[in-house]
Ligand binder design. Structure first.
Ligand code: NAD
Length: 440
């Protein structure tokens, strides 16, 4: 039987642009209608998406719903609750030289056809939350899921056209050749989540068309642990944030920075916390995920030699399993401290004091997140004032990204642009200045 020829990227973009030009995506009713359909897809077909996430990353159903499906539903609900208010024109004061009868205001215009490129680690959430933002802003969207999460990519390629307006939303599956072909086209915005090497490729391609980009990248997010903190609580929160999705989370605490005495006390506390989360045999726990593929398994296994194994350390290549691992006595020059770990290995690096900890952070690339565990207002204030990061979390890793009213994004090497809630709508819109002076 002859397979239908897949649509070429240029034809997909032209078809979506033609839809955008008709004005169909602009009315707020179309936008909220699409968001409700996307919500229906997540609630009616959530189990299919969860099964795909399990196939790709060994995610438990609970984790699939918590960190991907329900997360996106909450983001959509927040947008539906506030979209009309966000879109309201804002008036601006008019200077005297224009006379008393002139008025000025701003209005949010959709940009046109936007491209969303997603990574494999939260392959549903990181595709669908930006798509929701692009639709809320009234755009047509090309969605490119990650080829490294093939089951989720296939599920979304099947479900999205069945639920959304397929003249305005298209899914293009594939890897480097397909993405390269898409990037040759003119888009009105490109929203990329992934690593900085590809981020640069995306930005270069976008420059050809003067297309604005949001780059949601990663990096090494430090966690500073002050002396005299409750290490049972700290260890529990660190372990939860680090070992969710087997450490393959862009805002996971990458390494711990603390003084030598606290480091020694933190080791048994982390061992206990890991056991509390996954039992004494994490491999047998249905709640603990797997490494996405052999390439990443090999990369991570090689990092296990960067310090003394204080917790975990076990691996099984056939099962793509790496135990939740804590490395102690880690030299800042060792391999594990050179690049984002993006896996279940938590190194503890010691520094003599607070000044050295702040210096350590500032000597390196600006991270996507910085976590501070301290009872001291002075210490917390110093990190806020003296360091730069996409976000700053006091006492609780990861949670900032569940607050829809906070912008989520990086700075410097961890990216540019932000989204979630109102910030998604702003990212995918142009704020147009309007001045009106009566002719009389
Ligand atoms: P990935 O390999 O899935 O790549 C991301 C996307 O880029 C995919 O859709 C892929 O097809 C595309 N791509 C890959 N190579 C390309 C090329 N040469 N040209 C064009 N497109 C290409 O995911 P990844 O990059 O391994 O993701 C992990 C990284 O993403 C980590 O650094 C992590 O911190 C970061 N991340 C950031 C966030 C965030 O919100 N800031 C979220 C998740 C992951």
């Amino acid at each position: 039987m002859n397979q239908p020829t897949p649509e070429q990227p240029a034809d997909t973009v032209a078809r979506l642009r033609a839809t955008f030009r008709t004005g169909r995506t602009k009315p707020v009713e179309w936008r909220t209608g699409q968001l409700r359909r996307l919500r229906a897809m997540l609630t009616e077909r959530g189990d299919e998406i969860a099964a795909a996430l399990h196939a790709d990353l060994g995610k438990s159903t609970r984790e699939a719903y918590g960190s991907e499906i329900d997360f996106t539903v909450r983001e959509i609900d927040h947008t539906l609750d506030h979209l009309e208010e966000w879109l309201r024109p804002e008036s601006a004061p008019v200077p005297k030289h224009l006379g008393g009868d002139a008025t000025a205001w701003t209005q949010y215009d959709p940009l046109g056809v936007v491209l969303v490129i997603a990574p494999w680690n939260y392959p549903a959430q990181l595709l669908l939350a930006p798509v929701a933002g692009a639709l809320a802003a009234g755009n047509a969207v090309v969605a490119k899921p990650s080829e490294l999460a093939p089951a989720t990519s296939a599920a979304l390629a099947r479900l999205l056209p069945a639920y959304l307006d397929s003249e305005a939303v298209a899914v293009v599956e594939g890897g480097i050749p397909e993405t390269t072909a898409l990037l040759a086209e003119r888009f009105d915005h490109i929203f990329y989540t992934g690593n900085g090497v590809v981020g640069r490729i995306v930005m270069r391609a976008a420059a050809e068309h003067l297309t604005p980009v949001a780059l949601e990248l990663g990096g090494k997010s430090p966690a500073f642990v002050d002396r005299d903190t409750d290490l049972t609580v700290v260890a529990e929160r660190l372990a939860r944030g680090k070992f969710l999705n087997a450490g393959q989370t862009c805002v996971a605490p990458d390494y711990v920075l603390t003084d030598p005495e606290t480091a020694a006390a933190l080791e048994p506390a982390l061992a206990k916390a890991v056991e509390g989360l996954f039992g004494s045999e994490p491999k047998e726990s249905g709640e603990y995920g797997r490494i996405v593929n052999e390439r990443h398994f090999d990369r991570l296994s090689a990092l296990l030699g960067s310090g003394r194994v204080a917790v975990g350390g076990g691996t099984d290549r056939a099962a793509k399993y790496i135990a939740p691992t804590v490395l102690a006595d880690v030299d800042p020059e060792s391999p594990v401290m050179q690049e984002e770990i993006f896996g279940p290995i938590l190194p503890i690096v010691t520094v003599p004091d607070l000044d050295s900890a702040i210096g350590f952070v500032n000597d390196r690339d600006k991270p996507l997140a910085l976590y501070v565990f301290s009872e001291s207002d002075g210490t917390r204030d110093r990190f806020a004032a003296e360091t730069s990061s996409g976000a700053l979390g006091h006492g609780l890793p990861l949670a900032h990204l569940t607050v829809s009213d906070l912008p989520f994004g990086g700075v410097g090497e961890s990216g540019m642009g932000s989204y979630h809630g109102r910030y998604s709508m702003e990212t995918f819109s142009h704020r147009k200045a309007i001045l009106a002076k009566p002719l009389g």
